[in-house]
Design a protein around this ligand. Sequence first.
Ligand SMILES: [Zn+2]
Length: 140
Amino acid sequence: MSKLRSQVSYLHGLAKGMGIKQQSSEGRLLLGVIEVLGKMSDEVHDLKASHDELLEYVEAMDQDLGDIEDEVYGDQFTEVACPACGETLMVQHGCFDDDDESELKCPQCGVCLSDGAAYRDRERELDGAHDAYESRHDGV
Ligand SMILES: [Zn+2]
């Protein structure tokens, strides 16, 4: 039983133990509130189960999409957000690795991307996510 459900169940038992009756207006109010709380905790429980199922499905889709991206783009490109306008760009690997001051510009806003900061941040983020994924699945 979820923590929320057990708390509502405790309140229900407490009200019963205190002898709260439907006859008084306060009793009707308290028992009504506890009944609504019980229905809400059931709804939350169902929503959480549905959310978990959806999350699992989205993660599987993300994994499949990653596999397709690897097949289509190989390891040649990485997704990078433009630091100025946020436009998502596919950047070829290695284009920021050398000291070449090439004029790689965002096609959306024209800001020069050649410092490669956004690209390196994204690379680090991907490496971190990969390491986290690996460590999460090693212990299972
Ligand atoms: Zn831009």
